[in-house]
Design a protein around this ligand. Structure first.
Ligand code: ADP
Ligand code: MG
Length: 327
């Protein structure tokens, strides 16, 4: 049983007071007739999501960033969060740096830490964050319509390259390519993995523009399936037009595609918008200083086709991360 089947079988229950329950980047809890709180929880575990020697200041940033990214994916404005922390021991230098990274990002978004829990145990960071959004305009995964354009922000695949460089497993084909990557590029890839930028301003700007949205955390190929299934549509994606750092273009095509389709941790927004919104989306690229790339479209046929530069479907599609994936 994989992660999503497990959630569906044991925990997904029909919402009663909630405006939106399990299955999106965040739940929606009504505040009044117009507004809702978007609520999300994301957990980082040492050994699973970060290495023991990860810089604690960067870890503080990332622990909150992955939660703010889910709020961004709903078009919500961050308000507050709680922090549940398990630590094997008290290391004050580590705690000071962790708190610095956490508070800096929180302050940049006006997001208040209002509670949590602290225990001894294997290093685990579990945050719950919430933000406000106009309920009817919230960017859900289920609003996509056949014919809508499919867009992605920033670059995809760089964080996965950063992770591969850090892990450096001896049999990784990337190690062969590592020699071709200069130190600046390697550092940028590691930055992309360790200090993702939650696209909060983009999420807010997409209210009334996007028909559906989500953030890319597990890898584009599996994340897109969540959006198409929720919307009851399929998609065509132009794989060779996916935006990526120049370092990716230098890699052999199979490696580049694996990083861009299966690699997670980009925390970019994947969104759908009707074709008549193209000028507004183009304008957002200017006003936000963030590249937005049209990578495909939603289709009535409920399958996802990954097309190469010759418009031929890929026969093998690298697949994203799934805790409890069948081996
Ligand atoms: P995301 O990657 O956007 O954080 P996930 O893929 O982790 O979302 O989770 C998918 C959906 O399942 C989300 O709506 C999440 O809130 C919900 N979910 C995950 N684990 C549980 C759980 N143990 N109980 C209830 N809902 C859960
Ligand atoms: Mg998400």
């Amino acid at each position: 049983m994989d992660e999503f089947a497990l959630i569906a079988q044991y925990f997904a229950r029909a919402p009663r007071r909630a405006a939106l329950g399990v299955g999106d980047d965040a739940a929606l809890w009504p505040l009044d007739g117009q507004r809702a709180l978007a609520i999300t929880s994301d957990m980082l575990l040492q050994g699973r999501h970060f290495l023991p020697d990860t810089d604690p200041e960067r870890l503080g940033h990332k622990a909150l960033a992955v939660n703010l990214s889910d709020l961004a994916a709903m078009g919500a404005r961050p308000c507050g969060y709680t922090l549940a922390l398990a630590l094997p021991e008290v290391n004050e230098a580590w705690l000071a740096a962790f708190a610095r990274g956490l508070h800096r990002l929180a302050d940049a978004h006006g997001c208040e830490l209002v509670g949590g829990d602290t225990t001894r145990g294997p290093c685990t960071l579990a945050l719950t964050a919430w933000g406000e959004v106009p309920t009817a305009e919230a960017l859900r995964r289920d609003g996509g319509r056949a014919g809508d354009d499919l867009w992605v922000s920033g670059e995809v695949g760089l964080a996965a390259l950063g992770l591969a460089l850090q892990q450096g497993s001896p049999d990784s084909p990337l190690l062969a390519s590592q020699a071709t990557l200069d130190a600046t590029t390697q550092a940028r890839a590691i930055d992309a993995h360790e200090t993702p930028v939650p696209r909060v301003a983009l999420g807010l700007a997409l209210l009334g523009v996007a028909s559906a949205a989500m953030d890319i955390s597990d890898g584009l190929s599996s994340d897109l399936l969540h959006l198409t299934r929720a919307s009851g549509v399929g998609a065509q994606v132009w794989v060779d037009r996916l935006p990526g750092h120049a370092a990716l273009a230098a890699l052999p095509v199979a490696q580049r595609r694996a990083l861009q389709l299966a690699g997670g941790d980009d925390y970019e927004l994947l969104f759908a918008a009707p074709a008549q919104q193209r000028p507004r989306v183009a304008q957002l690229t200017q006003t936000l200083g963030l590249t937005l790339t049209r990578i495909g479209r939603l289709t009535p046929l409920p399958t996802v086709q990954w097309l190469d530069h010759a418009q031929q479907p890929l026969t093998e599609v690298p697949c994203g991360f799934n805790h409890f994936a069948p081996s």
